[in-house]
Design a protein around this ligand. Sequence first.
Ligand code: Q9C
Ligand code: ZN
Length: 672
Amino acid sequence: MGTALIYDEEMTKYKLLWVDPVCNIEVPERLTVSHDALVKTGLADRCVAVPVREATDADILLVHSEEYLEAVKTTPYMTLEELKDFTLQYGDVYFHPNIYHCAKLAAGATLQLVDSVMTGKVRNGMALVRPPGHHSMRSAACGFCVFNNVAIAARYAKQKYGLKRVLIVDWDVHHGQGVQYCFEDDPSVLYFSWHRYEHQKFWPQLRDSDYDSVGKEKGAGFNINVPWNKVGMKNCDYLSVFCHVLLPIAYEFSPELVLVCAGFDAAIGDPEGEMRATPDVFAHLTHLLMNLAGGKVCAVLEGGYNLTSLHQSVCQTVQTLLGDPAPRPANLDGPCTSALESLHCVRAAHRQYWSCLKHAAELPTSNISTKCIKVTEGEEEKQETGEEEKSAEEETWPEPPKRFPPPVSTAVVLPEGVACPDGCKRFSSSEDPAIVDKLREKFLPESDDSDALTTLCSLTGLVEEMEKNEIRNGLALVRDVSMAMMCVVQHAATAHHDRVLIVCVGDAVVPSQGTDDGKTLLVQFSNKESEEQKGKFHIHVCLKKGCSDVSGFTQAVLGLLLPLGYEYDPSLVLLVRTPGSGLSDGAWQQLTGLLQGLAQGHTLVLMPEGEKACVGPTASSLLGVAAPPLGKLHAPLPEDVAALERLRLGLQADWKLLHTTAPETGGGGEEH
Ligand code: Q9C
Ligand code: ZN
């Protein structure tokens, strides 16, 4: 199952015809550079090309008023003066004789994408469109947008495929107020947006864009706004909001389809956003959504005005949709104070609606509220740092490194008699006698179990192949998981793996030796009440029913394991399942899928021989098949939520990505 790419050159055939410094950034080249980059990198060739179509009147009327549609219909016949006049009634938008045609194609392209994904023709996809859509409202063009492509698509998907829950993730740097207004009272469409806000000083300067616009009536809780009150937000700020707000709520919601308002003006170098996230962050944002809705993710271009960061970000997004492993996340040095203030406010505003946030801190006292306008009348405060402030467009950053998917995706080490799952490769390493002797001496001194020795030997070989990027990930059924784990950890250190993240599901005797020097980070999930925390690198997550409560487990994975994993940035993930872990296949597949955003997808899974039935589901997740949806999650056990919160608080001193509130300094002024 492939990835759709929807594009038509026709959508480059309109442009600004008069002088307007507000609109001159929205140029046809936005589309051509993006598409050219996909062609040059060979990514376009790997996608399924799906043709665009014109949205019909009926499609457009799903969101827009008849009067507005009829008015737009007359624009192709207008003179230049009439177009200018027509434009004047709206804000930050321009018309052109061909824009109506392009707007129909942009909406139609989005619907073609939804159809391709919903009918199973492809797994996911991206539509490269102009004009964008998320600012346009029922009866108004706005912010370069004419028809609300994604809003139309959400209504269309609900109507045509009977969907009950659609998630819209708007990672464009502007607030998609058009989408918010469309679904404000509708609990079947969950809308999430982060946006440059600056205490309402940034366009579109709406009170409605703040964190306390949570939706109305039945839709209360289904509108999530994350206002950025400072510019310069980085990868860490974005990932933190995904881990601590979007993902927990999205998993609880359990969408049947994910639509992304995929603007790239939140990336570094963009003159509108003035943020500092690098293009590779979009690989991670995309990856983190790909296990929702059974992988049904439709990304639709919105903004993005720095042509370089735009095409780099588009490539990162498409390459991830295609299933290539994400690059290692770099420099996650902790969210900034302003981002933490926003995070705190959003979580507080939503805690009454989502059980995953039940224990979130209450709204901060007014002095750190994001509403507090710290800027003095008129001029922006400018901290004189001596260093000249760079304008966004002068910003430079290295080109994201090329991503090479290893020749082998998934290697398996299985006992004879256990079939090799489709798409995987059976792995056995040539048995170098010197290595075999060492392994025997260390791990099997007084046994002559040659099968066990062969398995250990294969595991060490597998670790080396992953380090060389010849193999992406692997899976092994072993007799003694603890011993295999020990063997892999010891070998990884000699095979140049700088850091190994060990995720252990269930009770096992885990090696505590060597987990205090930072070369390994051990996170263990079980129902065994643990003694005190054993230090920064040995973390025990205790859940009352172990891993059998899917809600509690999911919450622990999203709010604890993922941020720890991202901040630790391992070069290898060792995922260990112990006998009788109680974890359902679905939750296990989610875990396996999510962890592959780390370590360039280098995950080695160890399972006990008794769990043969789990080989198939695990292999499928390792191969990049989306995990099946977990269904709407019920509230986790209150004691688990409380325990997780305590654990998170206790670990905050060591792990910055676990913070969800700003330090109480009274003002929260310091920045980056
Ligand atoms: N500098 C999209 O990204 N102008 N639209 C703002 C403040 C409007 C952006 C002026 C920007 C519209 C789809
Ligand atoms: Zn934008």
